[in-house]
Design a protein around this ligand. Structure first.
Ligand SMILES: [Zn+2]
Length: 167
């Protein structure tokens, strides 16, 4: 069972601490819902630092092999997770940047008193996943399988068959 460390962000970033570990994908509830099989684990490294402006920040590195659900054929779709991102913490919501000015790969959040590491990691993983995971062209089971989607696509042709046979 994964013991979720709780971080004190101020202390953690001031010390430049590093925490590394592994978390089973099945321990991330929202992530597990998106997986074909709730297997695999995510390796993480979180490093505390200060931005040039003196704001507390966390650098995150996440990697692991996940199996998502293809939205075309509903089959398993392997997804190599490899994320490098940063979380910068500000004191209040007024200091949050507009979405447009937020740098790529950097999230700015209002500094929480404590951070449950697993929540932080899960949030970053969810952001890194494709919105609509689908197999690459030619790799997808849709069209050959008998999933609801594939059957939906075959229906017009079935109707055409009936027309042909009745004439
Ligand atoms: Zn597919």
């Amino acid at each position: 069972m994964f013991e979720a460390p709780i971080l004190d962000p101020v202390r953690f970033t001031a010390l430049g601490d590093v925490v590394e570990g592994r978390v089973p994908a099945s321990d991330c509830d929202r992530l597990a819902e998106l997986l074909y099989r709730p297997q695999g684990e995510i390796r993480y490294r979180v490093t505390g630092y200060r931005t040039p402006d003196g704001l507390p920040a966390l650098a995150l590195h996440l990697e692991g092999d996940l199996e998502l659900v293809c939205q075309r054929c509903l089959g398993g779709l392997s997804f190599p997770l490899n994320v490098d991102s940063a979380i910068v913490m500000v004191h209040d919501a007024a200091a949050l940047p507009d979405l447009e000015t937020e740098a790529e790969g950097v999230d700015v959040i209002v500094q929480p008193a404590k951070v449950a590491l697993v929540d932080l990691l899960e949030e970053e993983i969810l952001l890194a996943l494709p919105l609509v995971p689908v197999h690459a062209e030619g790799m997808c089971g849709a069209g050959t399988g008998d999933t609801p989607q594939a059957m939906e696509q075959k229906r017009p042709f079935a109707a055409l068959e009936r027309l042909k046979t009745s004439s």
